[in-house]
Structure formats: C-alpha cells, structure tokens
Design a protein around this ligand. Sequence first.
Ligand code: SAM
Ligand code: SF4
Length: 341
Amino acid sequence: MLQDQFNRTVKYLRVSVTDRCDFRCVYCMAEEMQFVPREQLLTLEELNDITRAFVELGVNKVRVTGGEPLVRRDIDQLFASLGQLQGLDELTLTTNGSQLPKYADKLVKAGVKRINISLDSLDKALFKELTRTGNLDHVLAGIDSAIDAGLKVKLNSVVLKNRNVDEVTALVDYAVTKKIDISFIEEMPLGAIAEHARDEEFISSEELRKIIEEKYQLTKLETDNSNAGPSKYWAIAQKSSIDSDVATATPTQSRVGFISPHSDNFCSTCNRVRLTATGQLLLCLGNEHSVDLKAVVRNYPKDTQRLKQTIIDAMGIKPERHYFELSDEPEILRFMNTTGG
Ligand code: SAM
Ligand code: SF4
C-alpha cells in the first residue's frame, strides 16, 4: 500500500503520455510552445512498466492524460496493455475529444468504461478563440462517437470570467440533452501565459452555481468518499413553469460537478499522484516535489524491486496541500500540459 506521512493512501495514478497537443487552449498553453524532444519521453513500454509497478503497489485507478493523449502514436497499444493489468479496477482517459471518432471503439475494447472530455464553449468562434487551433465540430463528433461506443462520458469545462461565462448554461443544456455529467473547473495558475491575467478571469464555483440555478434546480449530493475526487456534485432538475403557485422540477439524468482548487481546498482527501511524460513522479499538482522515475527505469531496466521502492519512498515527500496564488507571476512554472491534467 502507498501511504504518505499524512496518512493518505495513494490509489490513483494520472499518467501523462505526451506534452504535445493538437489544441493550444489559452489557459493551458502559451501560443508558442517548446515541446519536449521525443527521446526524453517515456516509451510506451516504460509507461506500461511504471504503471504496472503502481498497480502492484495498490493503485486501482489510472487516468491517461497529457497534453492530448490521443495524439501519441500507437496509444491504443498502451491502452490495450494497461487494460490487462491485474488489480486495476478503472482505466480511464481525459481528452479534448478531437481524435475520438478514430479511437472510441479501441478504448472500449481495451476495457475503458468512462472518459472525461473537455469542452469550454458550444459557440464555434469562441471555441476557436479559446483553443486557438481546435475545431468544435470535430469535438462534438468525438463526444457522439464516445457515447455511441458505449463509453460513459463526463464533460470538463474551465470557465474564464470574461470569456466563456455566458456559455455555462448552454453547456449544462447540452449535458442534459446528452444525458451526461459536466464539471466546471476553476482555472489554476500553472505556467506563464500572456493572453490574460489569471486573477482577472477568476470566477468561483459558487458564482457558477448561481448562474445555473437561474434555469435549473440543483440539489447537493453526498460526496462519494470512496473515490475521494475533488469534484462536488449536484443533481440537475429541469424547472417547470409555475403551476398554481407550486414550482415543480423534473429530474434529469445529469449531474453538475464543481472542482474548486481555490475556493474549496480538497487536499486532505487527496489520493493521487501524477507521472509526467518524461517520467517525473509529481506528488502534488500545486507543488514541485518530484522524483525521477525515468532515471530508475533507464539505469536499472526491469529492476522492478528498485522501481517499487523508489515509488514507496517518494510518498514521504508528498506535500500536505497546495497554495495557489492568483498573482501575475505563477509560482508553478510548468504548464498543465506538462503536469498532466
Ligand atoms: N488534452 C486533454 C484535455 O484537454 O482534456 C487532457 C489534458 S488537459 C491538461 C486536462 C484538463 O486540464 C482539461 O480539462 C483542461 O481543461 C484542464 N486544464 C488545463 N489547464 C488548466 C488550468 N490552468 N487550470 C485548470 N484546468 C486546466
Ligand atoms: Fe491541449 Fe488539453 Fe491543454 Fe487544451 S487543455 S491545450 S486540449 S492539453
């Protein structure tokens, strides 16, 4: 079992398989990005070996992320091998959706059941502005192909106060129509971006909830502690027209979640660590504490015992919590595409 010094058990690994992406979302990347040379990336075999070591140490949930995981060549082979790991209860993915028409069926075949797809706007022009290089139609086609393939989809939206706040209700409408969940994420100050000041774009989860409640009735759901995720969920019901002074609401099959790294710190129940595409084990999203696992797998190939001991020892430096400041100068210089969102 992987336990840190604050008695938290680590059961969840996020694996970034690339820092590259076909989009350049304004909150995630600078317009001009220097990506890591390919030889510095873990190979698919190394990614598999390190993930297997975590699973043998008690990790039961793995999320593949990036960058955009589905732009990594032969990524379906990694999913196929991870899907075979004994003891892994959940293999999942976070994606921008653009490549899903090509991969949805392969993911299902590998054993993936649920995925997160990022979507910040349903307006074509605004979507383009926010992603710089993204195409909304491709993403909507990706969402449909995931649903058609039988994947349970959850949407993730980052909301920026002066850019896409007017999209919030339309995004919830869309989630309700598709019978899927949606989570709104407060922007985090990871990496230096030029396009906007992070503090000027901040809008809290509570403000977003009020906007949604103008149209929908939201009922808070008990947090599922077994999953210890940072998202707090509300059930969505459709408000009906007022009938003889009694307002009624019809339940929908969707829930709305809020991930609030600023306004509602969730570190005390953190059960996760992250592996970057270059093999750094990051113990916390908002701190730089890390251990170089690539050095271990390259210097001592197939020495599983050494790899596992390094992972166990790394738990000792997992920080108690993050402190995000929305100042102009980010404290964390790595971008979210490096961290693996
Ligand atoms: N490319 C995939 C995608 O966009 O879903 C996976 C990687 S992306 C880094 C993972 C998630 O991180 C996305 O939902 C994205 O919106 C979110 N994200 C990126 N930068 C962020 C930031 N600065 N603050 C909060 N969320 C961020
Ligand atoms: Fe790419 Fe995802 Fe970052 Fe957008 S959020 S630039 S899709 S890695």
